[in-house]
Design a protein around this ligand. Structure first.
Ligand SMILES: [Zn+2]
Length: 124
């Protein structure tokens, strides 16, 4: 069950991840290139699996239209990001082993914060 004390950090990590994913993508949909639209942080492996929920390799910045078709996103990954695609396919084999909700939040936050600093400096 979701522990009450975890809600704050989960919200904080989701927000931070979204910011990093959008910045790293240059604030454009990575699939169709749309820029003046609402952008979403897509998780090819469901965000229900905390092990990958804040892992930036499990992300694609997409517009709402592109987000509505997960199969198209997987296809796009296979053609445009073969190494990320291969990694994701491999990870998917372990989703049944790892508990859905089991993670070191502090470690996840440290990784996101350093990624944030890196993309922020790049964008500046
Ligand atoms: Zn799009």
């Amino acid at each position: 069950m979701l522990k009450r004390e975890n809600r704050g950090i989960i919200r904080r990590l989701d927000k931070l991840r979204r910011k990093v994913v959008l910045l790293a993508a240059g604030c454009k949909c990575e699939i169709c290139g749309a820029a003046d639209v609402v952008l979403e942080d897509h998780h090819p492996i469901s965000r229900d699996f905390w092990w990958w929920r804040w892992d930036l390799a499990n992300s694609v910045c997409v517009c709402r239209d592109c987000h509505s078709s997960p199969a198209t996103i997987w296809q796009w990954l296979a053609y445009n990001r073969p190494s990320q695609y291969a990694w994701l396919r491999l990870q998917k084999r372990f989703t049944h082993i790892l508990k859905r909700r089991d993670l070191d939040f502090e470690a996840a936050e440290r990784v996101l914060l350093s990624a944030h600093d890196a993309v922020y400096l790049q964008a500046a």
